[in-house]
Write a protein that binds this ligand. Structure first.
Ligand SMILES: Nc1ncnc2c1ncn2[C@@H]1O[C@H](COP(=O)(O)OP(=O)(O)O)[C@@H](O)[C@H]1O
Ligand SMILES: [Mg+2]
Length: 421
């Protein structure tokens, strides 16, 4: 007998780990997604085709659904804390407050709140014209321009001396749902992803990974990372960074729940770029951390969503191994084929290899994480070995594309190595 139903918003590849974890905990899963072909539908105990951004549609569906109501609602990898909060309000189950959900999805309100709480954040300002961006650039040097309300690096641009300010300003604004953008000082230093569990009287940060920016030059002016690493090369700065992101999460009103942080380790200490009020996608909580330490804090997130106290013991590392995940970003064009798949899959240290396009599909230009072509995860006894394995997979997988633009018609997947400016 299942102990109740967890409502999972989304049933794409991003939510599979959440669906599986909830089921392992003895819960029945009801998955909603607007895509009738969602892979999570086959796994879930129950599913329905409903958009995860349509609160009214979700509530209407729940109202007419027979049987006991779900005992909690959660998502993973999808930046919709506002929807989770509203649906939880209807169900009477725990979630972020509407105010906290708002603060984690409005980058301007978030930074104002964090700055007021004394949390280190980059200098920032909302901007209304290209002229203003140019003036601020002249005054302050390298800036990051971004929409106030998007995620997945959509419309996030690094501005430098060679930037077409007018074009980037227009593009960032187009990405914003509300047509608003801000600029921030570009912080120099290693970039870290964190993920924290807040449980009222205590908090823990079981997720701490390096973000890999070796493709920065290729994507420029777009800022997009190409995967991550655990253990971090900066474990010595972990305690300080963990306390900072936990304080930041609390300042935003996250008392019970998950907080995913983007942090830059500057010479002046760690700075918070943003805190998202949700579980990470992109193989962080579902890949790097469980493979790197045996910890599954998605369990803790489920416990919080159904009103249980998370088990602290779940968050204690059980082992340590190096893990890296990396993405494939082939040039745009029609996909002719992918070679080397069997050879890569045959390695026991490859824990994941996935492609999201099929032969004949048009591959779009890589403008955000929404355009990733595929991903792989490798494990190893140490970072050096994991790196060799990453390089081997990139060499072995050949993505053949009929390129639309000859200049982009390269076949190699080896990243062009470059340093952050
Ligand atoms: N002020 C900044 N300094 C340095 N890097 C930044 C800055 N702002 C954003 N970035 C980089 O761009 C990425 C995406 O920006 P972010 O604000 O996190 O937007 P998103 O919601 O799309 O993730 C960040 O993870 C970080 O790597
Ligand atoms: Mg981010």
């Amino acid at each position: 007998m299942k102990q109740g139903t967890l409502l999972v918003l989304g049933a794409s590849a991003d939510q599979l780990y959440l669906i599986e974890t909830a089921q392992q905990m003895g819960l029945s899963v009801l998955a909603l997604d607007q895509n009738p072909a969602s892979p999570g539908f086959a796994l879930a105990d129950e599913h329905a085709v409903v958009s995860t951004r349509d609160v009214e549609g979700i509530v209407t569906f729940l109202r007419t659904r027979p049987g006991p109501a779900p005992i909690g609602v959660l998502t993973m990898g999808s930046d919709i804390p506002d929807v989770v909060s509203a649906v939880a309000g209807y169900l009477g189950t725990p979630a972020l407050s509407a105010q906290a959900a708002h603060l984690t999805t409005d980058k301007l309100a978030m930074k104002e709140c964090l700055a007021a709480a004394g949390i280190a954040v980059p200098w920032f300002r909302e901007v209304f014209s290209t002229a203003e961006v140019e003036m601020l650039f002249a005054e302050r040097g390298p800036l990051v321009l971004k929409p106030i309300d998007r995620s997945g690096s959509r419309g996030v641009f690094l501005l430098d001396g060679s930037s077409d300010f007018a074009d980037l300003f227009r593009r960032a604004r187009e990405f914003s749902y509300c047509g608003r953008v801000l600029v921030e000082e570009f912080l120099k230093g290693p970039q870290i992803s964190t993920e924290s569990i807040l449980a009222g009287s205590w908090a823990a940060t079981p997720g701490y990974a390096d973000r890999n920016y070796e493709l920065l030059e290729r994507f420029r002016p777009q800022i997009m990372e190409n995967g991550g690493w655990v253990p971090s090369a900066f474990e010595d700065r972990r305690p300080e960074t963990s306390r900072l992101v936990e304080r930041a999460a609390r300042a935003l009103g996250i008392t019970h729940g998950v907080a995913k942080g983007d942090v830059v380790l500057t010479p002046e200490g760690p700075f918070v770029i943003e805190i998202a009020g949700r579980l990470s996608g992109g193989d962080f909580c579902a890949g790097l951390v469980p493979w790197g330490s045996g910890v599954n804090y998605v369990r803790s997130a489920v416990q919080l969503a159904i009103g249980q106290a998370p088990d602290v013991a779940d968050l204690t590392p059980r082992f340590e191994q190096a893990v890296a995940n990396r993405y494939f970003f082939p040039p745009p064009g029609r996909l002719l084929g992918v070679d080397g798949v069997e050879e890569v899959e045959a390695q026991e240290w490859v824990t994941k290899l996935e492609f999201w396009y099929e032969v004949g599909d048009e591959i779009p230009e890589s403008l955000s994480h929404a355009h990733r072509f595929g991903v792989f995860v490798v494990v190893g006894p140490d970072r050096a070995t994991a790196q060799e394995r990453v390089d081997w997979v990139y060499r072995t997988i050949r993505i053949r594309v009929e390129a639309r633009d000859e200049r982009l018609g390269f076949e190699t997947q080896s990243p062009l190595v470059s340093e952050l400016p």
